[in-house]
Design a protein around this ligand. Structure first.
Ligand SMILES: [Zn+2]
Length: 125
């Protein structure tokens, strides 16, 4: 299976032993980390409490969608009254929410990840 979501550390620990991924950090911004595994050709987005896993193709599609998210145009109000935007994911019923600063970090991390991913592709080809 090429993508799934793991919502807590316990499940992740079990699955990581199974797949033995070699995680290379390709981006780091705010509390977002993005890693890739060259063996399974997967990219993981680590956000507090959430881990999203994508195939390379799915990741690039997700980046394109995320980059169209304009905070000023699409913001709404969360239950705490703060302005947030919601980003749909390829996983049904799962959305990510961001404050303006969090969205900035997220997009910055995605840009960095795309760049570093390409660098590693050149190095390993
Ligand atoms: Zn792996």
């Amino acid at each position: 299976m090429l993508f799934g979501i793991i919502l807590n550390n316990e499940i992740f620990v079990k699955s990581s032993f199974k797949i033995m991924c070699e995680k290379t950090i390709i981006a780091n911004s705010g509390d977002i980390q993005i890693t890739q595994c060259n063996h399974c050709r997967m990219i993981n987005i680590w956000k507090p409490g959430v881990l999203l896993s994508f195939s390379y193709t799915q990741f690039f599609e997700f980046v394109n969608v995320a980059k169209q998210l304009n905070f000023d145009k699409y913001h709404e109000f969360g239950p705490d009254g703060n302005r947030i935007v919601m980003l749909s994911t390829p996983f049904p019923d799962l959305c990510l929410k961001f404050s303006r600063a969090e969205l900035y970090d997220f997009i910055h991390a995605m840009d960095e990840a795309v760049y570093m991913h390409k660098v590693y592709e050149i190095i390993h080809s």
